[in-house]
Design a protein around this ligand. Structure first.
Ligand code: NAP
Ligand code: MG
Length: 485
């Protein structure tokens, strides 16, 4: 039995509220599509405002006892969740492929990455460290402690449906917060499967509630209007993030925002070109380019631009496109029709401005939401594609002449999530990494994500960090106690 069949057979494909699996209060449903075929897989309930508020009730009721649970107990639950998810990695990977489309090997990697957040925060759960100091005037002690921020609303995107959820659930559990997870409506099943797994490893009722909905604006808005919700942890687009920051202002809700990106990938003339091509393939093509840290703008020094473009175009052309469940597939479909059509339009537009389509450029003639791996050269530095989060397998290449110009180009955007630099000169790599306005920089590597590292952006890419010790702190409030004795 597949994990989807298992969930449906046991009724755990429904809303998880206060330890009960239920239908939506008004019977509404979301049809989940397979992006590789555009065919429906199954339907899940679509939470109403009443369901969202019922989940807040459940989380608020469970909060005091959960905050009082010994950290060691929460750590052990997270450790059990890590082991359970690793044990079931194949089943989860298949589920992710079905509803999200990515290639099986990538789905498997995502599940293991997702599980690592449980393992990491299992360790962090017992490291909620405070401090004590003597005040400079000597009149008192300054004691700082960290307490759970409270009922937390976790809103996640479809591109990494497991990892984006565990990157929030892990620290929330570690900190002693109760939560409502609102997954993307394209990928509710992975979130529900994680809810079921957490129930199995002993998370008490009401601590983790899962409410998929296709009425996201309305339902999230109603939850943020409830003053019992004290935390919003959001991963998604900058556009929606800004809307939610405004809504969160009403009750001054603590916000962590992981928003969009527009990562530059800079290749200097002294770089190892084979390594740069390999890194660009990872940074561009992980998840078919549907990643917030995807290389979006490839800047190559004029002296090596042709050589880089030739090798990179060859690697892109050799990418095996197919349905995600085929183990030989390297690139699956995009998430939905809108995404595939939007990218086709963007490529046509860029070509009409004079860019050369070196490889790909079209939607292949097959069912589902596919787009060919695409390389564009001769892209003008001011082309609109460079100011757009492409979110697909399309790589625009721009040339530059000097280090200063490369830095200016890299920084010429409102986003600031990730950046990549390839150079044989580590001093230059570090100098450029410091000058680039981004929350994360990869030097001579295309893969930067790690649960032990602080993930997040500057400028319009967000607020706060996930993973590392910082990720735990996002779910804690600091209390200062002034004491004399
Ligand atoms: P999105 O449209 O912003 O959606 C993200 C989440 O917000 C989904 O759960 C979505 O639900 C919900 N949502 C949409 N409109 C809402 C509203 N008006 N009020 C409340 N919630 C709302 O983003 P996406 O298209 O799913 O994901 C792609 C974006 O996420 C990209 O910009 C990417 O860069 C970003 N991302 C960032 C990171 C990071 O760590 N910085 C990681 C991954 C992705 P529905 O599905 O129902 O619309
Ligand atoms: Mg969306």
């Amino acid at each position: 039995m597949s994990l989807i069949e298992e969930l449906v057979a046991s009724g755990r494909h429904r809303l998880l509220i206060g330890g009960e699996w239920r239908d939506a209060s008004d019977g509404a449903e979301i049809t989940v599509l397979d992006p590789a075929t555009a065919e429906p897989i199954t339907a899940v309930p679509s939470g109403s405002v009443a369901d969202g508020l019922a989940a807040v009730d459940a989380a608020a009721e469970a909060a005091p006892a959960w905050a009082d649970t010994p950290p060691r107990e929460r750590a052990e639950i997270l450790r059990a969740a890590f082991e359970a998810l690793v044990d079931r990695a194949d089943a989860f990977a298949e589920l992710i492929v079905r509803e999200m489309g990515k290639a099986l090997r990538e789905a498997k990697a995502e599940v293991l990455y997702a599980a690592e957040f449980f393992r990491w925060f299992s360790g962090e759960a017992v490291r909620n460290l405070g401090s004590i100091a003597t005040a400079p005037a000597g009149d008192k002690r300054i004691i700082s402690i960290h307490q759970p921020v409270g009922v937390s609303l976790l809103v996640t995107p479809w591109n990494f449906p497991a990892a984006m959820a565990t990157r929030k659930i892990g620290p929330a559990i570690a900190a002693g917060c109760t939560m409502i997870l609102k997954p993307a409506s394209d990928t509710p099943l992975t979130a529900l499967a994680i809810g079921a797994l957490l129930e199995e490893v002993g998370v008490p009722p009401g601590v983790v509630n899962v409410v998929p909905t296709s009425r996201s604006g309305e339902v999230v808005g109603a939850m943020l209007d409830d003053p019992r919700v004290r935390k919003l942890s959001f991963t998604g687009s900058t556009e929606v993030g800004k809307l939610l920051l405004e809504k969160a202002a009403r009750h001054v809700v603590n916000c962590s925002m992981e928003l969009g990106g527009n990562a530059p990938f800079v290749v200097f003339e002294d770089a190892d070109l084979d390594a740069a091509v390999e890194g660009a393939m990872v940074a561009k093509m992980r998840n078919g380019g549907q990643s917030c840290i995807a290389a979006n703008r490839i800047y190559v020094h004029a002296a090596v631009a042709d050589a880089f473009a030739d090798r990179f175009a060859a690697a892109m052309a050799a990418t095996r496109v197919g349905v995600g469940l085929d183990p030989s597939t390297e690139l699956g479909p995009l998430i939905n029709l809108q995404a595939a059509e939007g990218i086709a339009e963007l490529v046509d537009q860029t070509a009409s401005h004079g860019a050369q389509v070196r490889v790909g450029g079209r939607r292949p003639d097959r069912p589902g939401f596919f787009f060919e791996p695409t390389v564009l050269t001769d892209v003008r530095p001011d082309d609109p594609i460079l100011a757009t989060e492409i979110f697909g397998p399309v790589a625009p290449i721009v040339t530059f002449e000097t280090e200063e110009e490369a830095i200016d180009l890299a920084n010429g955007t409102l986003w600031g999530l990730a950046a990549y630099v390839y150079t044989g000169d580590l001093a230059r790599g570090l100098r450029v990494a410091e000058a680039i306005e981004a929350g994360m920089v990869g030097i001579n590597r295309g893969l930067i994500s790690d649960p032990a590292a602080p993930f997040g952006g500057v400028k319009e890419s967000g607020l706060g960090r996930e993973g590392a010790h910082e990720g735990l702190m996002e779910f804690l409030e600091t209390k200062y106690i002034a004491a004399s004795w």
